[in-house]
Design a binder for this molecule. Structure first.
Ligand code: AMP
Ligand code: ZN
Length: 464
């Protein structure tokens, strides 16, 4: 079956056809590094990773690019408030971002271009737009004239009739009702302090939208296959990326636009500005592993909103446990007598797994397939109806699935999770909250981990 994606640009499910046979080029808008990313941001990055992993599973050679926004209004504001030079300030959050990607089991992108390392390419694009009469300058600021690009508003389906000609907006983020000419380049102003670049078009810094057009085209070509991001980026960010790139090249910028829904908390988007967010670190401190967070954030289809709850995390932990127990127990199974059913179960699972992902990355259907497969193989095993060669085929199958899912426990993540829970239990005992302390002990015991209070602190071991 062909891979189908729901393309936000056409609002239709379309068959995926890469520009170059066997190769796929993907761009995802990356983090703005002025703080730790929250788990809502990671939801978007995780389905980007899932998309890339599935295309690789299908045999495509994928080039995956994610930018690092290391210059913007918030970075200037917060680095100055903390009296830390911009580069040093952003470095800390870039490192944290990569650490978090590892904790969540994301594969590294092929390239993480930094905005500040592409200033020349950005001013070059402004010059092209100036030459074409699409950009114009006002007091050292450069704006994009949206009336010069007839397709403006096609992605976000804007009604352009009520537009006020000549209205300009300097800030990078704005709502649909203030659609207007947007800033490509911002002239230096005293509040920017020492944060500026001296360039051929003057002293200043790039707007946010410009960097994604420039860096995606530099590394993936003027037209590339897939661009992803959260729905909040559709307007104005992606609309402006299209206007800049297509305005400059006259070519189609992106063939498939994929937008993911938000992680929400009590009906509202998880966001820094609302303050209703958890960083990955907040969740890890509560005793959950990165893998549990990965499972929770990945298990809902990317185009559906996901409501964050701790019950959801607990359910994710249980599902992961079932998945991992299956693999370990199967590895330890010594093999029985075939009743001939295994081959059919394996073939059916493989086909259904691919059918699910081919259908616009339908993870919920894919996970149902995986857990049905686990149940069916477990049943054969329980009845001793699984022969050694069938067991090996079943293991190969789940390991192949795992190249997409990446749900298998890594030794260190269990250790980390248990250590965190022990810390919480010690804290609870200190606060005379014995109910919580006992619950943590019992929960761990249920997972086969025994705690021992020793004079040198708490030790843990696995149940034999
Ligand atoms: P930002 O650093 O704010 O530019 O966001 C980085 C990415 O995270 C973008 O693709 C956003 O769309 C995405 N994002 C932000 N908040 C959420 C959320 N609550 N749920 C899912 N994705 C989000
Ligand atoms: Zn972007």
């Amino acid at each position: 079956m062909a891979i189908m994606f729901r393309n936000s640009y056409t609002r239709k499910k379309e068959e995926f056809r890469p520009i170059e046979s066997g190769k796929v080029k993907i761009y995802t808008c990356g983090p703005t590094v002025y703080n730790y990313q929250h788990i809502g941001n990671f939801r978007t990055f995780i389905w980007g990773d899932l998309l890339r992993r599935y295309l690789e599973y299908k045999g495509y050679d994928v080039t995956y690019v994610m930018n690092i926004t290391d210059i913007d209004d918030k970075i200037i504001r917060d680095s100055q408030a903390n009296h830390i030079p911009r580069e040093e300030f952003t470095e800390k959050y870039i490192k944290a971002f990569f650490d978090d990607l590892d904790t969540l089991g994301l594969k590294r992108a092929d390239i993480y271009p930094y905005a500040t390392k592409h200033i020349k390419e950005m001013t070059d694009l402004v010059k092209v737009l100036l030459d074409k009469g699409i950009a114009y300058e006002v007091n050292g600021n450069y704006y994009y004239r949206i009336s010069a690009f007839p397709d403006y508003g096609k992605l976000a389906k804007l009604d352009m009739d009520g537009l006020k000609p000549g209205a300009r907006v300097a800030s990078d983020e704005y709502e649909k009702d203030s659609v207007s000419d947007f800033a490509l380049w911002k002239a230096w102003q005293p509040s920017d302090g020492d944060i500026y670049w001296e360039t051929e078009i003057g002293k200043g810094r790039p707007g946010w939208h410009l960097e994604c057009s420039v860096m995606s085209m530099k590394y993936l070509g003027e037209t590339f296959d897939i661009h992803t991001g959260g729905v909040d980026l559709m307007f104005p960010h992606h609309e402006n990326e299209i206007a800049q790139s297509e305005g400059a090249t006259g070519k189609k910028f992106v063939n498939y636009w994929l937008h993911g829904e938000h992680l929400i908390v009590e009906g509202k988007k998880m966001s820094k500005s609302l303050g209703n967010f958890f960083t990955l670190r907040d969740i890890i401190e509560k005793g959950y592993s990165g893998l549990v967070v990965r499972y929770l954030l990945m298990a809902t289809h990317y185009r559906q909103q996901l409501n964050f709850t701790f019950q959801g995390l607990d359910a994710a932990r249980n599902a992961l446990e079932r998945y991992n127990d299956f693999i370990v127990n199967l590895e330890n199974f010594s093999g029985g007598q075939s009743n001939g059913a295994a081959v059919g179960i394996i073939e059916k699972a493989k086909t259904a797994f691919e059918d699910a992902f081919d259908d616009d990355l339908n993870i919920s259907a894919a996970l149902a397939v995986v857990f049905d497969f686990i149940r069916d193989i477990n049943r054969l095993k329980a009845d001793n109806d699984l022969a050694e060669d069938e067991k090996i085929k079943a293991l190969e199958t789940i390991r192949k699935f795992d190249t997409v899912l990446n749900f298998t426990y890594k030794a260190e993540t269990i250790d980390e999770e248990v250590e965190n829970l022990i810390k919480q239990r010690t804290e609870a005992k200190k606060n005379r909250d014995f109910a919580t302390a006992d619950k943590i002990r019992d929960d761990l015991l249920a997972r086969g981990i025994i705690l021992e209070d020793t004079p040198r602190g708490v030790r843990w071991k696995r149940k034999a």
